[in-house]
Design a protein around this ligand. Sequence first.
Ligand code: MSP
Length: 508
Amino acid sequence: MNNKRFYITTPIYYPSANFHIGHCYTTIVADALARYKRLDGYDVFFQTGTDEHGLKIETKAKEAGVTPKEYVDKIIENAKDLWEALEISYDFFIRTTDDYHVRRVQEIFKKLYDKGDIYKGEYKGLYCVPCESFWTESQLVDGKCPDCGREVKEVSEEAYFFKLSKYQKQLEDYYEANPDFISPVARKNEMLNNFIRPGLEDLCVSRTSFTWGIPVTFDPKHVIYVWVDALSNYITSLGYPEESELYNKYWPADLHLVGKEIVRFHTIIWPALLLALEVPLPKKVFGHGWLIVNGGKISKSLGNYTDPRDYIKSYGVDAVRYFALREVPFGSDGVFSEEALILRTNADLCNNLGNLVSRTIQMAIKYFDGNIENKNIEEDIDNDLIYSTSHLKEITDKKMEELKVNEALEEIFDVLRKCNKYIDDSTPWILAKDDSKKDRLETVLYNLLESIRVCATLLQAYIPDTSKKIFASLKIDVNNFDDIDKKVERYELGLEKPANLFERIKEN
Ligand code: MSP
């Protein structure tokens, strides 16, 4: 039985509007990590989905004149189509409106209530009646509702609370004992200093002011707080709290990938709920940065975004995937723009990778009718390329383990750059003029093909279509990373000139 398991999740997205490139960002990174692990022999469970309850969706649906379920169904259809276009290899798509999820969240809530960790109390706040929203003093604008500018009034409503305060010490101890639980480390310090150490307050976990949510079974005028509903997705999908093979196999999750603004929910509320349920905690939560456009976060409510499929149509899926994975150090904020996407595609995919593959294959065809084997006529200038190629997987393993996805790609493209330099330094066109150098020329081309093969094998995790095209041109079958060390004895490329992997895009 395979003991190498890897459970990775994206946040479940709000289907309040169609998804933008910011949502694609997290999902593409999660996909690359999932693919990498699968190729490395892991049994992977990669989950994504949608977080469909709450007042915001209820309001949106009302505005559109449809039921909340009708409203979200449409957006989810669109999201699944987008994930297909981006070749997201998820194993499971959870919707919080799915029956099993609703039932299991209700059971979780009841379990916590029976245990005494959820109790009934009173929620006091400032309420805007037309907006059906609670606000805190600091959120008000000139003392009025920040959404509609009308008067708010102090109200109190009966609500259930979760004893978050009870878990403060345990959380702090857990952070201490598991220094890698929250990453990057700056986010961990932020959680400790801004939230945990100043003291955690009990959390209001039910609402009576709207109905689009999961009802509390024993008090159905209450719906369960949307974050309790949403966070539970990571275990309800596996069958919890029922006995289940999936749960036993994959929980605890290896990695929750989340945006930086929701680290708090995943590293305080979620582990506290799990501690209360006496369930093991996830191994790692990674908080990444945002993609910014024109100085601001890309946002559904600002409407400052293009349908990501438009970029795929114009530049191809691997250009979009590559940009998301390579442009921004994973963890930091980064700028998304079409110009940057074009520059990146031209520089790396078209010049560095695409030209290398076509040049090498064309030389192999021209000088050897496409048949290349290692003639072992070595020279010193080969050493750097051969060494870097044979150690590349070791390096990308480490980078991926540290979630430095952009750096893993940088390393692969560095080897490709070395290949280009190797062509310049070994001057095959000069070797070709001298019959006595024929074996040396074949050795050079063999070394290039081997480096391309290794890079393309690793690139399957990031830009799978491009890797497939390269394998087709090299006339080889490659499956997983086990094949990396298996040198190809003889390349038989045929005489057909390969199609360009990437067309150069016009830069403005
Ligand atoms: N529904 C909650 C998550 C519940 S998880 C149990 C939610 N949804 S969201 O749709 O608002 O955001 C989901 C994720 O998308 C977040 O991690 C958020 O950071 C990410 N992104 C949304 N816009 C983004 C960018 N512009 N850039 C990068 N990621 C962004 O929060």
